[in-house]
Design a protein around this ligand. Structure first.
Ligand code: CO
Length: 149
């Protein structure tokens, strides 16, 4: 595994729509391994492919209950109940803002082998799922923070 450089705000790559990942090969697995290592070293709870310069729809998340790899994730259910809390991003160093998110979300995705999976998250995990999936459409949490002001 190898640590990758994390793209910082101001780089256009963070504002692009990512493409669907169609191959589930060794190259994808290597990239996912690198992303997990990069996330853990940076002490983040999630990292999306565009943050390492890959315009592809996948991300890794670990809020403390184990690593999740999501390929082509889609939010299929959001709770009516919301949560309001501080959020940060490894691409936006030393900054935190209050963002409103659903309390619970359900995500459909594929694993690294292309198998369909369903992931449900509440509280911090729901926040991380929303945040990382936003990255795949070029959306950053500060966009929501501005909107809610
Ligand atoms: Co982020």
């Amino acid at each position: 595994m190898a640590k990758r450089n994390i793209v910082k705000i101001g780089d256009d790559v963070l504002r692009k729509i990512c493409r669907t990942q169609l191959t589930f090969d060794e190259k994808l697995h290597q990239t996912l391994d690198d992303m997990a290592e990069t996330m853990y070293e940076a002490e983040g709870v999630g990292l999306a492919a565009p943050q390492i310069g890959m315009l592809r729809r996948y991300c890794v998340i670990d809020v403390g209950d184990g690593l999740i790899e999501l390929i082509n994730p889609v939010i299929i259910e959001k709770s009516e109940e919301i949560q309001v809390g501080n959020e940060g991003c490894l691409s936006i160093p030393d900054r935190y803002e209050v963002v409103t998110r659903p309390m619970k979300v359900t995500v459909r995705a594929q694993n690294r082998y292309g198998e369909n999976i369903i992931v449900t998250g509440e509280e911090l995990k729901a926040r991380a799922l929303c945040h990382e999936i936003d990255h795949l459409d070029g959306v950053l949490y500060i966009d929501h923070a501005k909107r809610s002001k």
